[in-house]
Design a protein around this ligand. Structure first.
Ligand code: MSP
Length: 509
């Protein structure tokens, strides 16, 4: 089985911020999870490099657009590498391969009779690269997202006949699983039921875009161009970007993960374009919420944008990933509050999980010759085994639904149960009596085994912490597929246990 997942292709008007990092980390967690489940995964990310917004940014810096794009695209790619994002494909919309795909795609859409010439008038937001519905009564026309003045456009463009797909799109957006979460589905259903209008797919007088064949002076509208980047990205093992071969690639995408701001493009325009070109449509579009900072919208104009590189250097990957995935309900808006971030990381990762691992290893080393205890008459039916099995199946269900928050909570629950178990059994008292040493061996084994399961389950969410825990338990092999690792009882009695070093350091305020 295979699984194709995409992040949005981020605009290169500026370097990445925590918002784009959030989407990318979420996709990375999903990609890692599916790989562990034994699927062949194609994880596509990349950058969106054409359009007026990028052209103006480059102009304002006094450099050529392509130089600007090279610089920012590299920053994106390097940043994802620093975060250990396990992407398989990094798309640049200025690449030759992408250009080849755009031209082939356009030809297909033309052959379907879905391209016409028309007049485009309206108010345009350069930040969104989108025409906006405005109230004509309003004197000032502003974009509510970018808080910037809209620009008037009146030009002859090429149009894509979206209206030809009214029925199919209506059926699609109403279908059970296509748009998630459910809360976002209704706004799209409403938009579609009000009647789909053809949309312009070319611009005149815009140099920084791909020229439209046979229409001098026209370049492709940046969204028409960028959405096709997902297809370019699917050609992972091929130098031949022939659209006729798309069906032998891992296409369609199983899911496009995007922010709620660009849901309409993905859930309405994009599937219609694909239908027109006779290419399979994605199975799901998931629109997550927006990140705020200390309750305020994050934005350059407010000067409160969080730099992901700073966070990485200060706190490390695991802390930030845990906070973003565990504290924010994926689909709803979230808030990055520094104090809450520190408290959550210290409580969950250092106290509840880290301490459990470290203190249990210390006890095992002290009482069982620096090893995992040997077992005599092991009772294979025990409370922690039951909890683990329950958590594993619950966790998987939640991860398949991109519910990172509750999936992380199930791991915490398991760690809490193990902590309670230790406190109740009080092996530090039992060990004083030689008659109960066997019991202590079993208790310690069960907690160590629970730590092993926790180590595995953390892998998609906090990959480095996961490996540190498993290393402490002397499990040093590469974790490629966990199907045969999540069974209870695989920790070998008698395994050496190295001296524990804290698997997670506290963040000092
Ligand atoms: N280039 C288009 C996407 C084309 S996809 C074929 C674009 N780019 S963008 O750089 O503006 O990125 C938008 C995406 O970045 C959002 O959909 C979301 O995934 C992420 N985020 C940007 N700001 C964000 C927050 N403040 N919070 C969470 N995610 C946000 O639109």
């Amino acid at each position: 089985m295979s699984f194709t997942i995409t992040t949005p292709l981020y605009y290169v008007n500026d370097k990445p911020h925590l918002g784009s990092t959030y989407t990318t980390i979420a996709c990375d967690a999903i990609a890692r999870f599916y790989r562990l489940e034994g699927e062949k995964v194609v994880f596509i990310t990349g950058v969106d490099e054409h359009g007026l917004k990028i052209q103006r940014t480059a102009e304002s810096k006094g450099i050529k657009p392509n130089e600007h794009c090279d610089k920012i695209s590299n920053i994106y790619k390097e940043l994802w590498n620093k975060w250990d994002i396990t992407f398989d494909s990094f798309v640049r919309t200025t690449s030759q391969s992408h250009e080849d795909i755009v031209y082939q795609f356009f030809k297909r859409v033309q052959n379907s009779g879905d391209i016409k010439v028309g007049r485009q008038t309206g108010w345009y937001c350069v930040g969104c690269e989108e025409f906006k519905d405005v109230n004509n009564e309003d004197k000032d026309k502003y974009c509510p997202i970018h808080l910037k003045q809209l620009e008037w456009r009146d030009e002859e463009n090429l149009f894509f006949c979206l209206s030809n797909y009214q029925k199919q799109i209506e059926k699609l957006v109403n279908s059970e699983d296509f748009i998630q979460p459910q809360s976002r589905k209704n706004e799209i259903i409403k938009f579609v039921s009000s009647g789909l209008k053809d949309f312009s797919i070319s611009r005149v007088n815009l140099k920084w875009g791909l020229p439209v064949p046979h229409y001098p002076g026209h370049t492709f509208y940046v969204w028409f161009d960028a959405l096709l980047g997902y297809i370019t990205g699917a050609y992972t093992n091929s130098d031949d970007y022939n659209l006729d071969n798309i069906n032998s690639m891992l296409w369609p995408a199983n899911v496009h993960i995007i922010g709620k701001d660009i849901l309409r493009f993905h859930a309405v325009y994009w599937p219609a374009m694909l239908m027109s070109a006779n290419i399979k449509i994605p199975l799901k579009v998931f629109g997550h919420g927006f990140l705020k900072r200390e309750g305020q919208k994050m934005g350059k104009s407010l000067g409160n944008v969080l730099d992901p590189e700073d966070l990485l250097n200060k706190y490390g990957k695991d802390s930030v990933r845990w906070f973003l995935l565990k504290d924010i309900d994926f689909g709803q808006d979230g808030d990055f509050q520094k104090q809450r971030f520190i408290d959550i990381v210290n409580n969950d990762l250092c106290n509840t999980i880290g301490n459990l691992v470290n203190r249990t290893i210390s006890m095992s080393r002290k009482w069982f010759d620096c090893k995992v205890p040997e077992l005599i008459n092991y009772n294979n039916k025990n409370h922690l085994k039951e909890c683990s099995n329950k958590v594993i199946s619950e966790y998987k269900k939640l991860m398949y639904n991109y519910n990172f928050k509750e999936a992380s909570e199930t791991i915490l629950y398991l760690a809490t149960e193990a902590n309670i178990f230790l406190n109740e059994q009080a092996p530090w008292t039992k060990i004083k009596n030689i008659k109960t040493k066997e019991e202590v061996a079993e208790d310690i084994y069960n907690v160590l085994e629970t730590c092993r399961i926790i180590g595995y389950l953390l892998n998609p969410i906090t990959p480095e912490l996961s490996l540190r825990i498993l290393n402490q338990l002397s499990i040093n092999h590469n974790i490629l597929n966990w199907k045969s690792s999540l069974e209870w009882g695989l920790l070998n009695p008698g395994n050496d246990l190295p001296e524990p070093i804290p698997v997670m350091n506290r963040i000092e305020n």
